[in-house]
Each structure stands twice: as structure tokens, then as C-alpha cells.
Design a protein around this ligand. Structure first.
Ligand code: OOB
Length: 543
């Protein structure tokens, strides 16, 4: 396995192969099979563009030749930052054809995240759009290159500016065949993070293909599936749960959009006869509200997946009320473990639980703070291992020592309880992460960035409840003696300047004389969370 990764123990790997989870197929081999079986079935739709499987494969082959011509080799990493456009998949599969490894950055990542991802992965190339949603990624790339000596090439899908065009000349003749070791890393996903900087999650061909295939089977995907990707396809949910890859695997079609708002999305559902989509809770609620006045024909929808953050039972009822019994709750993580409510699950299960583990070999433990199992039905910390859950983050030995138990369970940081039917209910979390409607913000990352402000002595970032997003971020700031703490506008400008992704900029900034501490002298985040909540309700009352 790629240097810097933790493989599964050999006896487990053998078991997962014998059980038929790991089938020894790489994503390049899978794409070839999909193309061979249905060359002219539509694979991807984007605006007025439609690519059948044969075209997708040809385009991927062109990208592979292009990158090979630039010297990109098997095992090398390439940071891929594209929105929901067909090029995301032509580059993804082009890299698979070379055996090179995509690092899936999110479209909203900025200099801080991209420089970190490039350095951590030792990426040799970075693929960007030209301008996306008003932001010029070519300018970002110019800054990134200066800070990342290993980065040899920037490729632009669109107008190249000062960089190289993605669509340029490549090598002709035979491509060196991609390595066919399916136990090798196929892609690196970015974790939501709990520490200072995002971590990379190695996903092998074997484990991720199983993730996709088993999800597609559970969700009833088939040749008539039309999947609307309205969340970023760089995120695990829309990529492989079952996502675009699941639709392709099942012989179906994926429709790509960057506009999840009901106006745009409903028009696509009607036009393309979309059968399934995946949303985060705030978007699902907007969709539900919009059915009351919209006139689009949504009768083709057979499954509406909602996940990424807590969906309250009353909101689940609204969504189910608006769309009928098509709602599915999904509790997943880029690290692996996926839980789904079954498409035929009783209403109570769909409204009140976040689903059941995907694989019979997902091992779950619910424990107290000393890693002792709690009694059945009690809330505790979720630990897990299994055939598609990582055994270690990439190049992160120190972090891995605490993020996993000695016997290889991943500490999810989520607080859950299990119902008698084996479904999980997510009750909260112990990890210091704010879940902003599905966008994950590591408190430590924002704190570290804010600490660079010259007037800031100390800082702590905590969640505040929010009706739409579930949570927003509140930063408490202690000014240096004699200095004035930055207010929200100044803090936002400062963090933007430092290149932090926009969704990580605190929604509120409050000044304190000192941070409260616990009996052992640690910052008392519980007290701060309570204070943030108080300030927010007070603010709302005054309005
Ligand atoms: C998905 O993946 P990530 O990596 O962005 O975030 C994982 C974390 C979980 O550990 C949990 O804290 C939270 O997001 N989460 C949920 C949830 N789904 C995810 N919390 C409550 N209820 C849910 N249904 O978010 C993700 C990956 C694949 C499929 C779906 C979501």
C-alpha cells in the first residue's frame, strides 16, 4: 500500500475477499466494464451536454495521455478541485487509468486548505476550473504554486490563463497499463477534521468499489436510475454513497449541477426524470417547503437521501410529508462507515433513526469515555471498523495514535445509541467540530488561524444552534493587553486573507476578558457553548 497508509491486517483482508466484498477490481477496470456493457447509455448530463459511457472513457483516456505526457506517473498524487462538471469524472478516471491518485479537494477550499493538501500529499499536479461561482481558481493556483515546490503543473478545465490547458496534447500510442493491484489506494478523501488541519483518507479500489456497489444495491439502483448530484461530487456522499459512481455502476445516469436550490433542481428533476438525489438537511427542508408553491413534476423521484448532519424528526416528517415515502436517512463519513434507513423501512424508523450499517461485517462498539461498552440502548461514543473503514489517515502517525483504538477501531467522535432493530440514532458528538448544515468546521483549525491576528491573545470556537443550518460557529476572542479584539467583520476579512474556506469563517465573534477554564485548567468549551447559546438567544430576542 502507498507509503504513509495503514493496511488492513492480512487475515481480515483475506476474509473480506472470501466474503466477496473485495473483488480485486480497480476503478479503471470498472470503467472499462461499464463502457463495454452499455457503450451508448448516457453516463453524465450537465446543462445541455450529454456524455455516453464510450465518450466518458475516451475523454478519460485523453486526460490520462495528457497527464502521462506531462510526466505524471502511477502512485503520484494530483489535487483535483473541480465542481460538478463532467471534467471532474474525466480527470478522476483519467488518473485511475494512470494509477495516479486523485486528492478530492472541495470547490470551496481556498489557499489555506489547498496549500496544505498539496504539501501533505506531495501532489505533482493541481487541476482547477477557470472561474467558478465568481471565484478565479487560476489566481488561487498561482499563489499555491509559490508555496508548494513539489507541484509541477497546474491544469485548467476551461480558459487556461497563465497555466496549462487540461485539454492539451498528450502522448500518442500505447499508454503504459495502469497497475492492477486493487488493494492499492484509488483516491484520497478530505476529512471534516477535528484538529488544526484537514486529514487525508486513503480509500482503496477494493474498499471504495465495495462502498459504491453495496450502497447501490441497498438503494435499489439500476439501469433506469437517474441520479441528481446536487452536493459537491468531491464529497463522499455524492460521489459514492451510492452517488454518481453508484449510478454509473448500476448502468444508470448522473445529472450534475452546482445549484441545489429548489428552482434550479426541480427543473432538472422534471426535465431529466430524476429518480434519486442526495441532500443535506437544510437543502432538504428548502425542497420540502418549495413543493408547496412549485409546479414542477417531481413524480419521477423514488428516493431522496438526506444526510451529513442531524435531521430532526419534525424536519424528517416535513420532508416525508412533501415527497412521500421516498425519504432515506444516511449517517455516513468520509472515513468509511455508512448507515442507511432501508428504502422499505417503516415510517417510524425513517423519521427517528439515522439508519443501519451497510455491511454485515461493519463492527460497531458504543462505549463510555474509558472505552468500556455501554449497556444496550444507552448513548455512547461510536467506534467502528470494517471492510470499507480506514485503518489510519495518510501520513498522520501521531494523530492516528489517538484517532484509533489499539485494535483498529476508528473513533468517529459521534455520540449514538442503538435501537432494538439495530438502527442508530445520532445524539450528538464529542469531537470538536461544528456541523454547519453538513459542512464540517474543525474548531481547532479556525482557532489556529485566528490566533495569528496581532490583537488576539486567545480564542475558542464553539457551535451555536441555528434553525436552518442546525449549527453555526461562534468565535470567542480575548484581546492582547491594550489591543481591541477584532469584530466579526474584521475577523472575517482577516481569515479570508489567510485563505480559509468561506464556510469556516465564524458567524459570530464575541470578545471576552479571559476564556473560562475547567478544574484542570483546560478551556471550558462546555461553558463557552452555553454562553454562545445564551448570547444568540438574547440577540434574537432583542431583534
Ligand atoms: C458525511 O461525511 P463527512 O465526512 O463530511 O462527515 C461525517 C460526520 C459524521 O461523523 C457525523 O458527525 C456527521 O458528519 N453526520 C451526521 C449524519 N451524517 C453525517 N450527523 C447526524 N446525522 C447524520 N445523518 O457527512 C457523509 C458521508 C457519506 C454519506 C453521508 C454523509
Amino acid at each position: 500500500m502507498l507509503d504513509g497508509c495503514t493496511p488492513w491486517p492480512e487475515e481480515l483482508a483475506t476474509r473480506f475477499r472470501e466474503a466477496g466484498y473485495w473483488r480485486g477490481e480497480t476503478f479503471d477496470q470498472l470503467l472499462r466494464t461499464w463502457t463495454r456493457t452499455h457503450p451508448h447509455r448516457t453516463a453524465l448530463v450537465h446543462g445541455g451536454r450529454r456524455l455516453d459511457r464510450a465518450e466518458l472513457e475516451r475523454s478519460a483516456d485523453r486526460v490520462a495521455r495528457r497527464l502521462a505526457g506531462l510526466g505524471v506517473r502511477a502512485g503520484e498524487r494530483v489535487v483535483l478541485q473541480l465542481p460538478n462538471v463532467p471534467e471532474f469524472f474525466t480527470v478522476f478516471f483519467g488518473l485511475q487509468r494512470l494509477g495516479a491518485i486523485p486528492v478530492l479537494a472541495l470547490p470551496l477550499h481556498r489557499r489555506s486548505e489547498i496549500v496544505h493538501l498539496c504539501r501533505l500529499s506531495g501532489a505533482v499536479a493541481y487541476v482547477v476550473p477557470d472561474i467558478h461561482q465568481g471565484f478565479d481558481h487560476r489566481e488561487l493556483a498561482t499563489e499555491v504554486v509559490k508555496e508548494c515546490p513539489d507541484l509541477r503543473h497546474v491544469l485548467v478545465a476551461g480558459d487556461q490563463g497563465a497555466h496549462l490547458p487540461l485539454d492539451g496534447p498528450g502522448i500518442a500510442g500505447e499508454l503504459q497499463p495502469a497497475p492492477d493491484d486493487a488493494s492499492e489506494v484509488a483516491l484520497l478523501l478530505v476529512s471534516g477534521g477535528t484538529t488544526g488541519l484537514p486529514k487525508l483518507i486513503p480509500r482503496t479500489h477494493d474498499d471504495y468499489a465495495y462502498n459504491v456497489r453495496a450502497s447501490a444495491e441497498l438503494c435499489g439502483f439500476g439501469p433506469d436510475t437517474v441520479y441528481l448530484a446536487a452536493l459537491p461530487v468531491a464529497h463522499n456522499f455524492a460521489l459514492g454513497c451510492p452517488g454518481v459512481l453508484g449510478a454509473l455502476h448500476a448502468g444508470g445516469t448522473a445529472v450534475l449541477t452546482d445549484e441545489p436550490d429548489p428552482d434550479a433542481a426541480f427543473a432538472l428533476v422534471e426535465r431529466e426524470r430524476v429518480t434519486v438525489s442526495a441532500l443535506v438537511p437544510p437543502t432538504a427542508r428548502m425542497w420540502a417547503a418549495a413543493t408547496e408553491w412549485g409546479e414542477a413534476d417531481l413524480s419521477s423521484l423514488r428516493l431522496l437521501q438526506v444526510g451529513g448532519a442531524r435531521l430532526l424528526p419534525e424536519h424528517a416528517a416535513q420532508v416525508r410529508g412533501a415527497f412521500g415515502p421516498v425519504l432515506q436517512q444516511v449517517f455516513g463519513m468520509a472515513e468509511g462507515l455508512l448507515n442507511y434507513t432501508e428504502p422499505d423501512a417503516p415510517e417510524q424508523v425513517v423519521l427517528h433513526t439515522q439508519g443501519r450499517p451497510l455491511s454485515p461485517d461493519d463492527e460497531l462498539r458504543i462505549v463510555d469515555e474509558d472505552d468500556r461498552d455501554v449497556p444496550p440502548g444507552t448513548t455512547g461514543r461510536l467506534l467502528t471498523r470494517g471492510p470499507y473503514t480506514l485503518r489510519g489517515y495518510y501520513r498522520a502517525d501521531e494523530h492516528n495514535a489517538t484517532a484509533f483504538t489499539a485494535d483498529g477501531h476508528y473513533r468517529t467522535g459521534d455520540l449514538v445509541r442503538r435501537t432494538p432493530t439495530g438502527h442508530l440514532v445520532v445524539e450528538g458528538r464529542v469531537k470538536e467540530q461544528i456541523n454547519r448544515g453538513g459542512d464540517k468546521v474543525a474548531a481547532a483549525e479556525v482557532e489556529e488561524q485566528l490566533a495569528h491576528h496581532p490583537a488576539v491573545l486567545d480564542t475558542a470556537v464553539v457551535p451555536v444552534p441555528d434553525d436552518l443550518l442546525g449549527e453555526r460557529t461562534c468565535a470567542f476572542v480575548v484581546p492582547r493587553p491594550g489591543a481591541t479584539a477584532p469584530d466579526r467583520n474584521e475577523a472575517a476579512a482577516f481569515l479570508r486573507e489567510r485563505g480559509l474556506a468561506p464556510y469556516k469563517i465564524p458567524d459570530r465573534v464575541e470578545t471576552l476578558g479571559a476564556l473560562p477554564v475547567t478544574a484542570v485548567g483546560k478551556t471550558d468549551k462546555k461553558a463557552l457553548t452555553a454562553l454562545a447559546r445564551e448570547l444568540a438567544t438574547e440577540g434574537a430576542r432583542r431583534k
